[in-house]
Design a protein around this ligand. Structure first.
Ligand code: ZN
Ligand code: ZN
Length: 481
């Protein structure tokens, strides 16, 4: 039961100037509990000090998400847990959690599918039993979270730390001006949403506490157990589990679709949150009714929506094309590959090498520097001669010469690895040497015509090295050499 709905009618008051829709379809944030005077400085604009810390605390939220659960823990010490109460609590836990994941989140906040009136009423009632505010308040914050992920306008930005995104954003007061704008006109047009919002405190008290107490009390005489376990502690666990979507799902796991923001995929988060743990996928494809796209991944929320579809309660389940999903995955893989590539030594880029005349090349080679030209690129192999796998003799005979042919099959058709290694020894390009010089001259702005990756590095595919000839040169006879 978070604080939002004490005077909920105010939020729906269309005459309120702050609620007037703007041209972009968004509406101003209208505080739901107390009319906010935007002319006065908000408490969050002052730093927290010993003198004012209590003004920063949202005491009503603290009462519902910290104090009541604490009382429940204390009460549980003196309340024996009966078997039927335990079973009911677990069953009701999953129903109320589904009200949040399948209802508040995937149906109302994201419109991932369409639901018939009976299903909408069930989801609104079950969600009220999770004590997380009204559908309208919850969805508005969540839409801001998606629209402004990780920014100052994200109501529970992971950038402000694990505990802030988990619970701190509710424990501390938030500046209404800070939260990003979103459009909730569709929610205001839904009678179930409006009814639940205007009657939120009553419906939440009933579904959170009264209903489980009645079931356990009338059912098998366990009034106190129903109140403590089926009511308080169940709500506490659902709250903490759902808060994990904002905290844990932005902290642990993989980022297979995009790593520019914090959302992550992890099976632990999925287990805690009825399948909401594939959060990297979800932030990329928010209107997909699935969070887990593989059949073997744990997403009971998706399974429930699918079952409702079979029962005729849900329809128009939205799903992104596999083609779009795979494009995102490939681009992220490519990005990782590029990052890995950029850590390797591919030799000095050709356009950064000095140009050397043939005569200078020959002279330097004669003066003891072991220079070899291959494919118009000059390599200094001085320190490599003694390590040459083919022995010293062959490689030494190439010094001071154009060894393009003998390197590419004339003596031995060198491996891909050999071409890669050779590139790390390059020191200059030969004036007039093969395509390199032509390529350099044809590019006045110095831009590389070669394929480059996202880090700007040239991609050198196997067999594409500049030192490699299009066709291997036939083995030269001894006489020819
Ligand atoms: Zn998120
Ligand atoms: Zn979402």
């Amino acid at each position: 039961m978070t604080s939002n709905a004490k005077e909920p009618k105010m939020a729906l008051d269309a005459k309120s100037p702050a609620a007037t829709p703007l041209n972009d379809g968004t509406t101003d944030y209208v505080p739901l509990r107390k009319k906010y005077n935007s002319k006065e400085p908000h408490i969050t604009e002052q730093p927290i000090t010993w003198a004012n810390w209590y003004k920063h605390i949202n005491w009503l939220n603290c009462f519902f998400i910290l104090f009541i659960p604490f009382l429940g823990c204390v009460g549980a010490y003196w309340t024996p847990l009966q078997l039927y109460t335990g079973i009911f609590t677990v069953v009701y836990y999953f129903n109320a959690a589904l009200g949040i994941t399948a209802g508040y989140h995937r149906f109302w906040a994201h419109r991932c599918y369409k639901a018939t009136l009976p299903l909408r009423i069930y989801l609104a009632a079950a969600g009220a039993g999770a004590g997380q505010g009204s559908i309208r308040w919850w969805s508005r914050g969540h839409r801001s979270h998606h629209r402004y992920t990780d920014t100052e306008k994200d109501p529970y930005s992971a950038q402000k730390g694990f505990w802030y995104s988990h619970i701190g954003w509710m424990v501390l007061k938030q500046n209404p001006k800070r939260i990003g704008r979103t459009d909730v006109t569709d929610l205001d047009a839904d009678a179930v949403v409006v009814w639940q919002h205007t009657n939120y405190i009553k419906s939440a008290l009933f579904m959170c506490l009264v209903f489980p107490t009645l079931v356990c009390g009338l059912g098998w005489g366990d009034w106190l157990g129903g109140f403590v376990y089926g009511g308080i502690l169940r709500v506490f666990f659902i709250q903490q589990a759902t808060f994990c979507v904002n905290s844990l799902a932005h902290w642990i796991g993989e980022q297979p679709f995009d790593d520019r923001n914090s959302p992550r995929d992890h099976v632990i988060t999925a287990f805690v949150t009825l399948g909401e743990g594939y959060h990297n996928f979800h932030h990329e494809f928010p209107s997909d009714y699935r969070n887990a796209i593989e059949w073997w991944q744990y997403d009971p929320t998706k399974w429930s929506i699918w079952v409702w579809k079979q029962l005729g309660l849900a329809y128009d389940l939205k799903q992104f094309r596999q083609n779009e999903i795979e494009k995102g995955r490939i681009q992220q893989l490519q990005k990782k590959l590029d990052q890995k590539r950029s850590t390797l030594d591919w030799g000095i880029p050709l356009d950064q090498l000095p140009v050397m005349d043939w005569d200078d090349f020959v002279t330097e080679a004669k003066n003891g520097r072991a220079l070899v030209t291959i494919g118009g690129v000059i390599h200094d192999i001085t320190s490599f001669i003694k390590e040459h796998p083919g022995g010293k003799a062959f490689i030494s005979s190439a010094v001071g010469k154009d060894a393009t042919a003998i390197f590419n099959g004339g003596v031995y058709n060198h491996s891909n690895a050999a071409h890669n290694l050779l590139s790390t020894m390059r020191v200059a390009v030969l004036r007039g040497g093969c395509e390199v010089e032509i390529w350099k001259r044809s590019l006045p702005d110095g831009k590389s015509p070669m394929l480059t990756d996202s880090t700007g590095q040239r991609i050198v595919r196997a067999g594409d090295q500049v030192t490699r000839t299009a066709q291997p040169v036939p083995m030269l006879s001894t006489e020819a050499r």
